[in-house]
Design a protein around this ligand. Sequence first.
Ligand SMILES: [Zn+2]
Ligand SMILES: [Zn+2]
Length: 283
Amino acid sequence: MLCDLHTHSCCSPDADSTATIEKMALCAGKLGIDHLTVTDHCDCNFWYREDETEYPEYQKPDSMMFGSRIYAAESISRIAELKQRFPGLLCGIELGQPLQQPEAAGCILAREELDMVIGSLHMNSGKPDFYLMQYKKMDSSEIYSLLDSYFSELLEMCRQCSFDVLAHLTYPMRYIEGECGISVDMKRYDDIIREIFCTLRDNGKALEINTSGLRQPYGLTFPHIGYIKLFRSLGGELITLGSDAHRLEDIGKGIEEGAALAREAGFRYAAVFKQRKPELYKL
Ligand SMILES: [Zn+2]
Ligand SMILES: [Zn+2]
């Protein structure tokens, strides 16, 4: 089985293509992908009420993340419709920063059409997306302070939010190490990462092997093999594979490499979520 459980359509505000869900499903069919889960962004802190008129500087309505409320609703309805025509298509959502606006998260988590909810953290509370920060202008204490907050918010998210899969653990490294070439002593996060993994394990949540880093300067999956092995050694059983494609060309990219890493870490099965329940398939 070949499954890509993390992909974005043009219903994601940051998708740099016009990939409709229909085109994505057709493309996945051609690639021999058995299950394609479309997981458009719903960054909860960009939900916005209709009457909202004041935003923090980094959340101006003209920013690329504007209006997740509208985008997410559109995406979920459209996938649900298309599932009749494409049996391998599954309805997901990437729920970003759920604890930063729990009401928004609650609205999404209540949607019955969803097969899977991936939980992600793209920005610390009150800060811009890691993607927008100028790490080369920071001293190392600032960088560590950002990472300290990242991991503690992530742990809280795993404890409090009822998502199914934890997305791209170590996402900030895409920019800090990958794009800026700044090396970080990750040992100081060993304990909290263990705690995150134990929380996932105890709550029946899956760890995602996000293969987008393989096609970026970072060159590794999020998280890398060392952490995938750690999750396994702590008794973690559920993993998913996702390309995080934001355009048609990237659908399915790195999935086979990701599966090989999972096998190397001792996993014999990966999961695909249907109606919010994991089904295992052999790697
Ligand atoms: Zn993400
Ligand atoms: Zn994504």
